[in-house]
Design a protein around this ligand. Structure first.
Ligand code: SF4
Ligand code: SF4
Length: 372
């Protein structure tokens, strides 16, 4: 069995102090889940870390937070433990280790690499096509062949789904969750929590997004990013249906359904990604895991650039700039699919599993264990 990391040992030390203190019992799901345990395995700690949504409430309330000698800093420690869980459960394992060491560089290089490869493919067949204006039905496919676009999309997206499914399986095995068969009650509760991001509302008044004051901006920005992402996904699905079922080929009119879904999805994604990056810049650094900042900014930058290049592509699609912009936009999208299973994007998946396990435990667990 692999030796435990320093982060796991530190999380256990802090949870044992919290389990004796229990002042924060009503703050979030982490503390009730903590009180169901007298001791903490690595799997328990990983489960608790993924149950934490980083509201920072316990840090600002804690009488043992730095500079106290106990140095309790649950949000920062759990953020590091979550990151370790992404790398540890990643599939295939070497990719997890690669991204753990240099996720930012790998993400940006992947985006650059795919965009360059696409430009190269087009340039090799007919360089003029990259810079000359293309109009009318099938304009995009005269720049990047339909078969190449579909192949890269299916391969990269399929890889992302497979790697995330395997990662989720590894996570369930390593944390022992969720236990039991399908139960609609906990599953519904967890699904509502995920979709509404209820926990980020902090019970109505919000979370300590920036400092001791309460705010709901992180919740709204997360929802803008998630909603925008889903609208863009819906735009791709609608475009695919138009192409294969109705025989309507892109580019579509600005007021058509796929373009409208993509347009508003892109706007929301830009607002969400830029807003979340801004929050990270101006927030109180005390409860922040500083060594994770690079990777978090990189994935936000990637999401922002995907949305921005998508909107730029819409703006220049009838000009000679369309070819290069299409290659760059698709390069960023396909690179995003490749880095998704190793980035903070898996938090949604692991958090969903943690919420499901917690919803089940609440219904089946005996009364909280006495404080240690
Ligand atoms: S975070 Fe601090 S105040 Fe809250 S339960 Fe832990 S030790 Fe107690
Ligand atoms: S940071 Fe917020 S969600 Fe995380 S353990 Fe503390 S109170 Fe709970």
């Amino acid at each position: 069995m692999a030796a435990e990391s320093e982060t796991v040992a530190e999380a256990r030390r802090q949870m044992e102090i919290c389990n004796a203190c229990r002042y924060c019992e009503g703050y979030c799901a982490v503390f009730p889940a903590m009180t169901m345990r007298r001791s903490f395995t690595e799997g328990d700690l990983t489960h608790l870390a993924n149950l934490c949504h980083g509201c920072k409430g316990c840090y600002h309330a804690c009488q043992y937070a730095p500079p106290h000698a106990f140095g309790i800093n649950i949000p920062a420690t759990f953020a590091e433990l979550r990151q370790e869980s992404y790398a540890k459960n990643a599939w295939p394992a070497p990719m997890g280790r690669l991204f753990e060491r240099s996720g930012t560089v790998v993400s940006l290089l992947a985006a650059l690499g795919v965009a360059l490869a696409l430009i190269l493919v087009v340039a090799l067949q007919d360089p003029a096509v990259l810079w000359s204006a293309q109009r009318g039905v099938g304009a995009f496919f005269r720049v990047i062949p339909h078969w190449l676009m579909i192949t890269l999309g299916v391969v990269t997206f399929g890889y992302a789904i497979l790697a995330m499914a395997m990662g989720a399986r590894n996570y369930c095995r390593s944390t022992g969750s969720p236990q039991g068969g399908f139960d609609p009650g906990p599953a519904t509760e967890a699904a509502v929590d995920i979709v509404t991001m209820r926990n980020l509302g902090g019970g109505g008044h919000g979370c300590n997004d920036l400092d001791e004051g309460f705010s709901t901006r992180r919740r709204w920005l997360h929802q803008a990013l998630f909603g925008g992402f889903m609208l863009c996904f819906a735009a791709t699905c609608t475009g695919t249906l138009y192409h294969y079922i109705l025989g309507w080929k892109s580019p579509h009119a600005f007021l058509s359904l796929p373009v409208q879904l993509g347009f508003w999805g892109g706007v929301l994604m830009m607002i969400g990604a830029a807003g979340l990056a801004h929050v990270k810049v101006i927030t109180d650094p005390g409860p922040v895991a500083k060594k994770l900042a690079g990777g978090e900014f990189a994935i936000l930058a990637l999401l922002f650039l995907i949305a921005a290049t998508g909107l730029l592509l819409l703006a220049v699609r009838h000009t000679g700039a369309m070819g290069a912009m299409l290659a760059i936009h698709l390069g960023l999208v396909f690179a995003f699919f490749l880095v998704m299973p190793y980035s903070k994007m898996v938090h949604g998946l692991y958090r969903g599993i943690a919420l499901l396990r917690h919803a089940r435990e609440k219904r089946t667990a005996p009364a909280p264990a006495a404080a240690a």
